[in-house]
Design a protein around this ligand. Sequence first.
Ligand code: SF4
Length: 389
Amino acid sequence: MDIGVKRQLEEKVYAGERLSRADGEALYASDDLAWLGRLAHHVRTQKNGERVMFNVNRHLNLTNVCSASCAYCSFQRKPGEKDAYTMRVEQAVQKALEMQDEQLTELHIVNGLHPTLPWRYYPRVLKELKAALPNVKLKAFTATEVQWFEKISGLSADEILDELIEAGLESLTGGGAEIFDWEVRQHIVDHACHWEDWSRIHRLAHSKGLRTPSTMLYGHIEEPRHRVDHVMRLRELQDETGGFTVFIPLRYQHDFHDSADGKVRNRIQAQTTMASPAESLKTFAVSRLMLDNFDHIKCFWVMHGLSVAQLSLNFGVDDLDGSVVEYKITHDADSYGTPNTMHRDDLLHLIWDAGFTPVERDTRYNVVRQYDPAPKLADRRSEPQQVWA
Ligand code: SF4
């Protein structure tokens, strides 16, 4: 990168000026990872100090049966496939009750777009889950699912959200965003929810007092300019509503796994690689620098491995997705040996070992508990340290 451009970017970041689309693209064009990390860490530290937030949550996927066939998705099954499943309401409640031992504070629920389940099933599941676990917040459904509910119920998103909120919905999830630019989106997304509907539904949720996360699926066939475009759209919407809690870059996964029929479902696997750790750290850093109106950037460690998750804390990330006992969507596609279970203590040590202060939060990012700061790296005894996968 031209040294003059580098200086200009530095000056803008240190002066707290908003970066432009061209700035974002210039940042992606830089291979000076240490420099990108330093800039992102400056912004991250200004916003969040040495804190790293987490919450104790569980993921629940009510069904993997889906009417769509998104090209990158290894989770979806068609009705009648060997390992297709759909939980009855009672099964979902039973499963959630089995997860409650660890004082979880949130259930994260996303699902396939089931072709025949009636709309009434969804508010009923929320109601029953809320009755069984009254202290657990329900973060459920992507904007894509809400749009699907419109289709199967004939109701508007407005009516749907009212009913879901009445049934116990605390927040939507951030999925279904993938990459908003149509140039890429048309090749990877098979459902009907694109930027116009995704933003309409989140805008509506924000107007009803919900705060929601946002995501981006990166590292497949998109180019850096598409990532910049994606965060610019989110930044604009955040200027308008202020309702986003966090931005989560999700690393596209290959499908290496062991489904019941041994079938690889990812249809763009042959033409793609997965983002390297360096590319992921760059994506975290540029996202942190571009999204000046977002308080938090999250690393979902299941998709990166624990060592990259620790490093990401120096590249703009201040939030780690919490303790996950079971997460089917990624683990259908993952053979990297990343554990799919982390508990509160594991996570605390992961954060301390990286040199940061753990802070437990709730779904709306209120502080639940602040833990001791990490011992200084320089003060640590020279003893074997925990090795994270
Ligand atoms: S990404 Fe979601 S909507 Fe697309 S095929 Fe997979 S489960 Fe279905």
